[in-house]
Design a protein around this ligand. Structure first.
Ligand code: TRP
Length: 330
């Protein structure tokens, strides 16, 4: 017997990087204890990338490949594309009738993001972007999910989702929607190879499907203690990106590495080789799986079609109830 129902999603904006791994590992674990729905939320991607949509199909395929290669299992979970389950859109529309505009305008980060993107020359002063958290609420509520694995940055959105669920239940005097709770995963604050936030736009990311040569190169590029010129100069691990990675991926080795570094007994080249080895251990199986899936795009599409069926079945059950409760559609 499963403990509850989960929905989570990610926007298809490009290949995932190792900063996403802990979130996905949480999803993989939850598959055994919960009934899981995982959506590639392409409508959400459109809220900002509405003017350049050509690469969306490739991004969706990349996301499916990444998810499946880290262990999302179509036998256990529904893995699907949001826009293929139209009930998300219908629920978004119906919920928009009962959602006070100020609730959306007051979402922390909303005004900030509009302004931030404006500085980058991008106008997201749109109904679609304002409705982002409402669409997210529809994603969750259409499955009547009770648990949502997300990062802390999404907590305000989840709070809004609960408020909307409560308002619906109150207005129509039903208890149709549960108020979903967050399942927080350990959040990685792994920097990119240059020490800044990891992001594809900086070119400092390590994709989870990266090949061996590229991986070694990315690690070689990692920024280390700039005060270290010769390899026997004493190092300062606290300012070294490689050290941050060791802390994360090789906690058992970090104390001795740190000691050798401070004593000038291990050079950056050697230290980086060790890190490459560690990352290779973690990423090699993912890469192999991804490579074999890349050869079978038709099979991946079948998985998504199957996921769509499973998801539609459950979403339609909810929508039948919602329409009845709201007396919509006769
Ligand atoms: N907004 C989420 C993010 O950027 C993605 C998302 C869309 C989502 N719908 C969701 C997450 C529903 C959890 C549940 O990470």
């Amino acid at each position: 017997m499963k403990q509850g129902r989960i929905f989570s999603g990610m926007r298809p904006t490009g290949k995932l990087h190792i900063g996403h791994l802990s979130v996905l590992e949480n999803w993989v674990r939850l598959q055994d204890s919960h009934e899981c729905f995982f959506g590639i939320v392409d409508w959400h991607a459109l809220t900002t990338a509405y003017d350049d949509t050509k690469s969306l199909p490739d991004h969706i395929m990349d996301m499916a490949l990444d998810w499946l290669s880290v262990g999302l299992d179509p036998e256990k979970s529904a893995v699907f594309i949001q826009s293929q389950v139209k009930q998300h859109g219908e629920l978004h529309l119906l919920l928009s009738m009962i959602t006070p505009l100020p609730w959306l305008e007051r979402v922390p980060t909303y005004k900030d993001q509009v302004q931030q993107l404006k500085l980058q020359g991008k106008d997201i002063n749109t109904v679609g972007f304002l409705g982002y958290p409402l669409l997210m609420a529809a994603d969750i509520l259409v499955y009547r999910a009770d648990t949502v694995p997300v990062g802390v940055d999404q907590l305000p959105h989840l709070e809004l989702c609960r408020e909307i669920a409560r308002r619906f239940n109150y207005l129509y005097q039903v208890s149709l929607f549960p108020e979903p709770q967050a399942s927080l995963s350990r959040q990685e604050v792994l920097p990119g190879t240059d020490g800044r936030k990891m992001s594809k736009s900086y070119g400092n990311e390590i994709a989870i499907g990266i090949d061996s040569n590229e991986l070694a190169q990315k690690v070689r590029q990692m920024v280390t203690d700039p005060a270290r010129i010769r390899k026997d100069d004493p190092g300062h691990p606290e300012v070294c990106v490689v050290h941050t990675y060791h802390q994360f991926y090789a906690p058992e080795d970090v104390a001795s590495l740190e000691e050798s570094c401070r004593a000038g007994q291990i050079g950056c080249v050697e230290c980086k080789k060790q890190l490459t080895g560690k990352l290779e251990e973690i990423l090699a199986p993912i890469r192999e799986k991804r490579k074999s899936l890349e050869q079978k795009p038709e099979w991946v599409k079948e998985i998504l079609a199957e996921g769509r069926k499973k998801a539609t079945l459950e979403a339609e059950k909810t929508m039948a109830l919602v329409r009845e409760v709201m007396s919509v559609g006769w």
